[in-house]
Ligand binder design. Sequence first.
Ligand code: FAD
Ligand code: NAP
Length: 336
Amino acid sequence: MKIKQNENLKSYNTFNLAATAQNFISIFNENDIYSVLVEDLKPLKIIGGGSNILITKDIEAYVLKNEIKGIDIIDEDDESIMVEVGAGEQWHNFVMWCISHRLGGLENLSLIPGSVGAAPMQNIGAYGVEQESCFHSLTAIHLESGIRSTFFKHQCKFGYRESIFKNEVKDQYIITKVKYILNKINHKLNLDYGAIKEMLALNHIVTPTIKDVSDVVIKIRQSKLPDPQIIGNAGSFFKNPVIALSHYNELKTTYDKIPCFLVNDNSVKVPAGWLIENIGYKGFVRGQVGVHKDQALVLVNHGNGQGREIYALALEIIDKVRETYNIELTAEVNIW
Ligand code: FAD
Ligand code: NAP
């Protein structure tokens, strides 16, 4: 365990926002967590890679930085393998470990920033795959009682960028380890997203391997998404809203180009980026903060912006989207 006082959080969040944490504790194993709980240090806030938080003020709580590492094979048969991963491992490093061991399941989730422990929090997803498709269970410690529990898949209530940890038991647990099951053979690749198919064709790949898919996902992401090392951001700021098909058909009479993806017979998902771009916010700049010039779903810090300025802009966009389309956007990013 390593304790620091008055730590600047700028290098711990991908928006690159400066803010002071009065107490910043790096934890390396579960015993470190028990030591923190025994000392009754409260309140606690957990940070992984800081790629899905917007810090709007200095933090008076004890910030616990999860540094629990390790990738261990727990079980294996001819077809699949179960691995347990420390919550402080970087997600992308874990995916690369899977690729190098020719294990299928998470290749579409290559290059997503952040830690393994945060992946079940919002059931990370990209290019038609969510982490729940390979998830087996996780270990978490209750921050009040210190009780260590296992949460199996059905208990996590995974949904679109959702889980029980973002809702019913929000801020109550620290996730310490996650188990995933990966395919050794007969893995069915998910190539449904247009961009993947196009990039494979461009590279003349007819029968792609797990690694080919990972490589093209990395290429697409590097060409489209802003790199937080260059411009501060936390990926998609808002979730894509799911609306009733009747509401969508009504909107279509005014906005004939409004895109949608069918969710079920009665509802559709509308890309929030399109809604925001269509009301003129793409590339919008106010002082040091704004909306990314190529990707309207991504709010950015151009340098020395403040978290509260980004938050104010987010609220303004939510209001404008509601006024224009009668659609309520919700933040995907966690507001601190
Ligand atoms: P943090 O930002 O550190 O934390 C996020 C939340 O989880 C906080 O509330 C924190 O308290 C809590 N938390 C973190 N670790 C733990 C733990 N061990 N136990 C309990 N609570 C915890 N997301 C996607 O789903 N798909 C994408 O394709 C995607 N692309 C992105 C691209 C970019 C450029 C960026 C910057 C972000 C992107 N994201 C994406 C969002 C982000 O990468 C993920 O949500 C990621 O899982 C966050 O991990 P983190 O460790 O950085 O979490
Ligand atoms: P994109 O491919 O330009 O697509 C725009 C939107 O349309 C996405 O939000 C996606 O929804 C939806 N979409 C596209 N093709 C679809 C299909 N075949 N079926 C269903 N929905 C489809 O998006 P992008 O911004 O470049 O991102 C690519 C992928 O990475 C997406 O899956 C996105 O979610 C993910 N990503 C997430 C974050 C984050 O912070 N959460 C950041 C960057 C990228 P979905 O978002 O539901 O997939």
